[in-house]
Design a protein around this ligand. Structure first.
Ligand SMILES: Nc1ncnc2c1ncn2[C@@H]1O[C@H](COP(=O)(O)OP(=O)(O)OP(=O)(O)O)[C@@H](O)[C@H]1O
Length: 366
């Protein structure tokens, strides 16, 4: 691991010259023991408590949680719109939370941001909105024109270059927001509820554009959302926040298919109906007299036709009586409830056989 030397570090109380270990080059964003307390005249409120998290380069990383969990506060530390009360935030190896002045300005140019309310300049055309950050960075006019045209084509708005934001749909406004965020060729894009004001079809289009941004430009995307469906459809990895803390994180597939923390389980079960409710389970028990087993579909690559095989080899009838399959990060997962009917010992043998291929649990009749 390399070290970087930071001079004039003002925020942590360390001496003016300190040696801080930089994250590995494979890490785009690292939150290191980040806490944030908002102090008002009467009270102080702890919005983040000791958050440590690494976001790999090239990832699409989702930060989810209920309202007030601290998601936006955490995201806003990435471009130093918010500064940690303690701890550090590294972006591309630079400790952004310690930068000031010109160094901060330059670091921010490598970080694009998109917002729920788009934040476009209403009195300027689409072209001028996208050109704005380039002009601020002092890019020469002919180069600005080329870059804006390239971005308009990338986001599919070449025909709207001279329209004003008020004439655009929500999805088109967010496309302009994305083009503007990409203008200075950032390495990192942060997105704060960028699809929350959009309908489901438009949300899907914008998410598709974000996927393309990640795939074609290799940009790391960190996105905050309370819509678990958004994360489910595009995130490689996910962190779940509650009351200022990260309570669980991992690959999107693992977190959604095998959630460990109660908050994650609550979140997941509200969206993915692959596990029957207690009422449904009661109904299944009443209407099916055979033995019931629950089979987890958590190995999307499994190709063994296990139901027809155990049925044939053990002489039992296997009937699917409930099932739900979802897609996470382009992989399937879910669960089935299967009724096994036949001789009791044959059913026992069939269950033992099934357990060699899939994760299986018997559902007692009550
Ligand atoms: N500038 C501020 N001053 C005081 N409190 C703040 C400030 N910004 C955020 N908070 C508080 O910090 C907590 C976390 O807010 P944050 O916006 O990060 O949560 P969130 O998970 O993004 O939720 P939401 O989706 O509702 O925005 C909230 O209780 C909020 O009221």
């Amino acid at each position: 691991m390399t070290s970087i030397l930071i001079r004039g570090r003002e925020t942590s109380g360390l001496p003016a010259t300190a040696t801080v270990k930089a994250p590995p080059v494979t890490t785009a964003i690292e939150f290191r023991d980040v806490s944030k307390t908002f102090v008002t005249r009467r009270t102080s409120f702890s919005a983040l408590t000791n958050v440590s998290l690494s976001i790999p380069r090239g990832d699409i990383f989702g930060i989810v949680g209920y309202s007030g969990a601290g998601k936006s506060t955490l995201l806003r530390t990435v471009n130093a719109l918010e500064r940690p009360t303690s701890g550090s935030v590294f972006v591309n190896g630079h400790e952004i939370s310690a930068l000031r002045g010109r160094a901060l300005y330059q670091a921010r140019q490598r970080i694009g941001m998109i917002f729920q309310q788009f934040n476009l300049l209403q009195s300027r055309t689409v072209f001028a909105n996208i050109a704005y950050p380039l002009a601020l960075a002092g890019v020469a006019k002919p180069e600005v024109v080329d870059r804006v045209e390239e971005l308009l084509e990338f986001v599919g708005l070449s025909d709207k270059a001279f329209a004003y934001p008020s004439r655009l749909s929500g999805g088109q406004k967010q496309r302009v927001g994305i083009a503007r965020a990409l203008a200075n060729r950032p390495d990192v894009l942060i997105s704060d509820e960028a699809t929350s004001a959009l309908d489901p079809d438009t949300t899907a289009e914008v998410l598709e554009l974000l996927k393309r941004t990640n795939a074609e430009y290799g940009i790391t995307i960190a996105l905050v959302t309370h819509e678990i469906d958004v994360v489910r459809s595009i995130a490689d990895r996910v962190a779940v926040m509650e009351r200022g803390e990260v309570v669980e994180h991992g690959t999107a597939y693992r977190v959604f298919s095998r959630p460990e923390h109660p908050t994650t389980r609550r979140f997941v079960s509200s969206v993915l109906q692959h596990v029957p409710s207690d009422e449904t389970l009661d109904r299944i028990r009443r209407t099916h007299s055979g033995r019931l087993v629950q089979i987890a579909i958590d190995n999307p690559d499994a190709s063994d036709p296990y139901l027809s095989r155990i049925s044939r080899e053990h002489g039992v009838d296997a009937t699917v009586v409930f099932g739900g399959v979802s897609e996470i990060a382009a992989k399937l997962f879910g669960s089935l409830i299967v009724e096994l009917s036949g001789d009791d010992r044959a059913v026992d043998a069939a269950i033992r056989d099934l357990a060699r291929t899939v994760s299986v649990t018997e559902v007692p009749h009550g």
